[in-house]
Design a protein around this ligand. Structure first.
Ligand code: SAM
Length: 282
């Protein structure tokens, strides 16, 4: 069996691949520390009844660990130059399907229904860091996964898991927590990749919610949230001026029991939902 995290083996595989160069634009930082894909796959809680969607298999080091534990793995890879490598490295695994193309253009809910039917659907990936936020939003909006376990930049992981009042708390925190309950599992140093990224990474597991945690209109809620964090340093009353006018904003903030000088960063998701309801009903 090949060791897909071994530096020399990775180099040998890639040097025989015509035209391949690590692409920054595609976020290509491949894992070279075996314990990392092993631990990520372990944290997914897989068994023969689980179907895994992976984004960006690269040469397949995480894919292999998923294939050893799950019923089926479906992996989306944008870089067609990796086709010959993956056809060799994934040859021993008949439960792996590699689909070449941009995952952002795929209807993930439909892919899961058509290809992982009957299995418990989960997502697992060492994500390309340059498109982390749009990819995660795409995954959230698919609303078809039981859990999502992803490696992202540590800063992004902290943003996803932050609480009201913390410096990392913002729109992406609230979006994440609207769809899921996130947990930061462990960090991974740059030395564990080739080429080495400039940042530390972290693995987050998201238990996806079956229903939103609060009963409010999602579009209106995130209009209020975005306005609040676009002008983070302003009071909520001033930040919401563009949404509903200053007087209505002041009345809604006070009616919800907050001081007129409160800032958006102090409000929990539930409090933002209550404020949204009040703004809409004035
Ligand atoms: N899974 C491998 C590992 O852990 O070593 C590679 C992870 S690397 C951080 C990200 C992978 O995502 C690369 O293989 C890259 O080509 C792929 N990728 C980047 N953008 C993508 C997209 N839009 N759709 C599918 N795959 C993408």
């Amino acid at each position: 069996m090949m060791d897909l995290c071994d530096y020399k083996q990775i180099q040998a595989l890639l040097s025989s691949t015509e035209g391949f160069r690590f692409s920054k634009a595609k976020g290509q930082n491949f894992l070279t520390a075996r314990w990392v894909p092993e631990r990520i796959a372990e944290e997914c809680g897989l068994d023969g009844h689980t179907g895994v969607v992976e984004i960006g298999p690269g040469i397949g080091c995480l894919t292999e660990q998923l294939a050893l534990r799950a019923g089926k793995v479906m992996a989306f890879e944008v870089d067609e130059l990796l086709k010959p490598v993956l056809s060799v490295t994934m040859a021993p695994y008949d439960n792996v399907e590699i689909v070449f193309g941009d995952v952002m253009r795929r209807d993930l809910r439909r892919e899961v229904e058509e290809n992982l039917g009957g299995l418990r659907p989960v997502l697992c990936a060492n994500l390309p860091y340059n498109i982390t936020t749009p990819v995660l939003t795409h995954i959230y909006e698919a609303r078809c996964f039981d859990t999502v376990t992803v490696m992202v930049q540590k800063e992004v992981a902290e943003r996803m898991c932050a609480h009201a009042g913390q410096k990392d708390y913002g729109t992406f925190t609230l979006l994440t927590q609207w769809y899921a309950e996130p947990e930061l599992l462990f960090t991974v140093d740059p030395e564990c990749f080739m080429p080495r990224p400039k940042v530390t990474s972290a693995v987050v597991r998201l238990a996806m919610r079956k229903a939103p945690p609060v009963d409010t209109d999602e579009k209106s809620l995130f209009r209020v949230v975005r306005a609040a964090f676009n002008m983070r340093r302003k009071t909520l009353v001033n930040a919401l001026e563009g949404v509903c006018g200053k007087e209505k904003a002041r009345a809604a903030v006070v009616a919800c029991g907050f001081s007129e000088t409160v800032r958006g960063e102090a409000l929990t998701l539930e409090e933002f939902a209550a404020l949204t309801e009040t703004v809409m009903n004035y």
